[in-house]
Design a protein around this ligand. Structure first.
Ligand SMILES: O=c1ccn([C@H]2C[C@H](O)[C@@H](COP(=O)(O)OP(=O)(O)OP(=O)(O)O)O2)c(=O)[nH]1
Length: 160
């Protein structure tokens, strides 16, 4: 089934994707959306590894990308990995800057207290979401405009 075109906002941009290692399996360097309407394209492990309980590792993905200026790549966890294995992205969401041309790597952590998680080459470890960002002009100010929330935060509305 395709995405209902009535709800389709067709903003898109070209992103160049390069295989980092010449001999790596071709599917590693293919970034794509599994379903129409998906926000994230899966990132895959370029090497096999184990994560013992509470162990972390910086996992290579075998891909480097060139984002147009004004776009950022955000590396999000996969919910299935989190729910089934307790494995998540330690720095979620990881930030891939538009100017970064190096290999995308994913800091993963195994939060399962008992089970070691095993990954093979090509296993999906995280997902890459491409978004626009705004470059701010940071302006020093003596005072800030008023607002409804003002300085209240950190649970000021209660916790439930
Ligand atoms: O999960 C991540 C996060 C970052 N990066 C790459 C792309 C990013 O553009 C670069 C720098 O990331 P970040 O700004 O988060 O790192 P930093 O710790 O602030 O290091 P730096 O001093 O290099 O900016 O590292 C990844 O490959 N994976």
């Amino acid at each position: 089934m395709t995405f209902d075109p009535a709800y389709n906002e067709p903003e898109n941009t070209e992103v160049l994707v390069k295989a980092v290692n010449p001999g790596q399996p071709a599917e590693l360097a293919r970034l794509f959306y599994a379903h129409a309407g998906d926000a994230g394209a899966d990132l895959r492990a370029a090497e096999a590894f184990d994560l013992k309980p509470f162990e972390r590792a910086l996992v290579p993905t075998g891909v480097a990308i060139a984002l147009p200026n004004g776009y950022v790549g955000l590396v999000h966890p996969r919910s299935g990995l989190a729910v089934k294995q307790g494995v998540t992205v330690l720095n979620a969401p990881g930030t891939i800057d538009a100017g970064y041309r190096g290999e995308i790597k994913v800091p993963l952590i195994n939060l399962d207290p008992e089970r070691t998680a095993h990954f093979e080459v090509g296993d999906r470890i995280a997902q890459l979401v491409i978004q626009r960002y705004v470059e701010a002009r940071f302006v020093p100010a003596e005072s800030l405009p008023g607002s409804d929330r003002a300085e209240r935060g950190f649970g000021s509305t209660g916790v439930a």
